[in-house]
Design a protein around this ligand. Sequence first.
Ligand SMILES: [Mg+2]
Length: 201
Amino acid sequence: MSLITPDQTPAAVLFDMDGTLTEPMLDFPRIKREMGIGDQPILEALAAMSPGDRAAAEAVLLRHEGEAARLSRLNPGCREVLALLERSGIRTALITRNSRSSVQTVLQTHQLAIQVLISREDAAPKPDPEPLYHACRRLDVSPGEVWMVGDGEFDVQAGLNAGARTVWVSHGRLKHFPETPWQEVTDLWALEALLGKHLTP
Ligand SMILES: [Mg+2]
């Protein structure tokens, strides 16, 4: 872990949704099988399809996302982390490759308050840095002063691509990608502890 200094206090915290704020919601192998895309990343496979094939495959994806969002469960520590940020006056954004409707279902189901929502309808998907830039513009902060928190390789890549401080939530997994996040935490309790070193409630 790198040394913490006061200037690393986040101006805002950008979160991934699936697997980060919530327990992993989506059965990716099953969705990919039903979409007939092999092991390709879903959004990139959709973009490469003909319009007719894309409509059918997208319907499969939306059905799975909707069901998963309705059944979603928060990861332990989620409410506590968001409450700490709120008490500290640190704003938040949610940046996901999922649909806007599934994001809204998750936030309404769990009554979570997050200031800025960036779904795949709003910007190119992670690992592209565009959704992070978009969130930063709306929060009026610069990418270099935010933390990007996520459990996936795309989160780390997007965070590094945007020049954000990138925190990977490992859930106890060994790192399975080459990029090096700024910090690694095992879960949201560990993130709360890390944030606690930087914030004055
Ligand atoms: Mg994730």
